[in-house]
Design a protein around this ligand. Structure first.
Ligand code: HEC
Ligand code: HEC
Length: 476
């Protein structure tokens, strides 16, 4: 064939393949978001459930045409209004004729920011402890009313027993979260104690963290899982951690492996970061860009895009703790008994660790969609990007988590959670926080420190510099 003709042909074929790929990226992202919102791992009686038939008290879980939302469940538990279900991540499942409320991944792993529901963002208001505590009380009463059923129906009894354990673990004061919006990793660790018939107690560090965003995880997985990379996910299994807490055996994980692999690769793998929903001053963003590229990307890595502007996901880098100096408690493996138990237990072949990363440091996470990920840092201790670019002593000691994802709580100037600056309000909030108010994030609580991530190059920043940096970060 004529060489020129061949080149032209190649050009058109590659262009059409490209545009095919481009269309797919957006369509795949949207479809992944929808599928993610429908995902749960209830299987053969196993999974995160509450006691059978108890869901009638939640007003039914199917989405009704009215916009009625139960304030107790949204305000107190932190579940979000759903698209297809009444609440995001809470499913109605009929199993062998038993009505069940099943919790899916998205109860924690989909969130709202500035009033927009974002599949794969962490839920900023979920309160696992409060859910557990209320369920424990409700189920203790409920079991008397269903005593006959518990006796006659082994499936009913099996699910009730697991629901009791689920509530017990979530509401355990020794290991649970102290603030709404933070989730304790400790609840996962309890599985390995149950699995090996070992009693557990306060020696399991709470390790309260905010729920991380999941877009880009398919690349991150290859380095390590969770904020510190201490878990090895070559084989995907750790993504199942939350289900394990509610399971009675690792068989649930083994049976779910094909679905889990599909979800991580084909659902989470295609999620896209949310676009900033308000106007961006492009000229100001262009001013902020060189500073971020020079100073921030050294740790946070490149943020390259494909020709159509979609992010090219890359592996994040693990930064030694000495460099970043944020709250160190998440890294404390002081007593790593649970790790030994996990390695010796019934799924030791699947739950692998990166022991070389223990007590090492935190990932400098990729900054895609960072506008939506407030409050910032692994423990959610800094309410806005502006505060993160300011000296730790200028960051708020206390702030309100209530309705954190709603538009009226969004701070468009500082980007993040709007905080009160009136000193008398702050005094009153600290007083409430000391009494244990769970809606208040108080940086004096254990694992809640807002120190660190303040580098020499930030010390000379002016207000205008910070505003330019923030404007650029909105474009990611
Ligand atoms: C109770 C809330 C909760 C539920 C339910 C939950 N997760 Fe998570 N998930 C978390 C938290 C918190 C972390 C971060 C832990 C850390 O970094 O220490 C996390 C981390 C992850 C990560 C790793 C992210 C990263 O950046 O390393 C994946 C993947 C994940 N979860 C998938 C799932 C899947 C799949 C499900 C459903 C089977 C699920 N999660 C259910 C709270 C939850
Ligand atoms: C020395 C390495 C380093 C440099 C330089 C650095 N960061 Fe970070 N950054 C980190 C690490 C590590 C974390 C995670 C710390 C944690 O969660 O405790 C982090 C976390 C963050 C977060 C929180 C993300 C989230 O989802 O909560 C933001 C936002 C951020 N960095 C922005 C920046 C910006 C903007 C700059 C430049 C002005 C910058 N970083 C410079 C290492 C760095």
């Amino acid at each position: 064939m004529n060489k020129l003709l061949f080149t032209i042909c190649c050009f058109f074929v590659s262009q059409s393949l490209w545009s095919q790929a481009l269309i797919d990226r957006k369509a795949l992202g949207d479809e992944a978001g929808r599928e993610w919102l429908r995902t749960h791992f209830f299987e053969n009686g196993r999974g995160m459930t509450i006691s059978p038939d108890l869901s009638v008290f939640f007003g039914g879980l199917k989405k009704k045409p009215s916009l009625f939302q139960d304030p107790y469940i949204t305000k107190k538990f932190g579940f979000l209004p759903g698209v297809e279900q009444r609440y995001v991540g809470v499913f109605e499942v009929n199993y062998k004729g038993i009505e069940l409320a099943v919790l899916g991944c998205t109860g924690c792993h989909s969130g709202r920011a500035a009033g927009v529901l974002i599949p794969g963002l962490g839920n900023k208001t979920i309160d696992a402890y409060q859910i557990g505590k209320t369920l424990k009380k409700a189920q203790s009463v409920w079991q008397h009313l269903i005593a006959g059923k518990l006796e006659s129906d082994p499936d009913y009894a099996y699910i009730h027993e697991k629901a009791m354990n689920f509530a017990h673990v979530l509401s355990d004061d020794r290991i649970s979260n102290l603030t709404r919006g933070l989730v304790p990793d400790s609840v996962i660790k309890t599985f390995f104690y149950r699995d090996t018939n070992t009693p557990y107690g306060a020696e399991i560090q709470r390790t309260q963290v905010k729920v991380p965003p999941l877009w880009g995880f398919a690349e991150k997985r290859k380095v390590g899982v969770f904020a510190d990379g201490s878990l090895n996910s070559q084989n995907y299994a750790w993504a199942f951690g939350a289900e394990l807490m509610a399971s009675d055996s690792g068989e649930h994980l083994r049976a779910s492996m094909p679905k889990l692999t599909h979800v991580v690769d084909n659902v989470i793998g295609h999620l896209l970061p949310p676009k900033y929903p308000f106007e961006i001053d492009q000229a100001l963003a262009a001013k902020g860009r060189p500073f971020v590229e020079k100073n921030c990307f050294e740790c946070h890595g490149n943020h390259n895009r494909d020709p159509e502007g979609f992010p090219i996901y890359e592996k994040p880098e693990l930064i030694p703790h000495d460099f970043v100096n944020t709250d160190p408690q998440r890294l404390d493996y002081g007593n790593s008994e649970w790790v030994d138990l996990a390695e010796q237990g019934s799924i030791g072949d699947l739950m692998k660790f990166n022991r070389h990363f223990f007590n090492y440091g935190y990932f400098a996470p990729k900054l895609w969609g960072v506008w939506s990920r407030f409050p910032y840092l692994h423990n959610g201790s800094v309410p806005t990007l502006y505060h993160l670019l300011s000296a730790p002593e200028d960051r708020p000691e206390v702030f309100l988590m209530e309705d954190a994802g709603e538009e009226y709580r969004f701070d468009k100037t500082y980007v993040g959670l709007r905080t009160f600056r009136n000193p008398s309000m702050i005094g009153a909030m600290i007083w409430e926080a000391e009494k244990g108010d769970r809606d208040l994030y108080w940086t004096k609580r254990e694992e809640h420190s807002n120190q660190g991530h303040y580098f020499d190059f930030m010390k000379t920043l002016t207000h205008d510099d910070r505003m330019a940096i923030i404007e650029f970060l909105k474009t990611l």
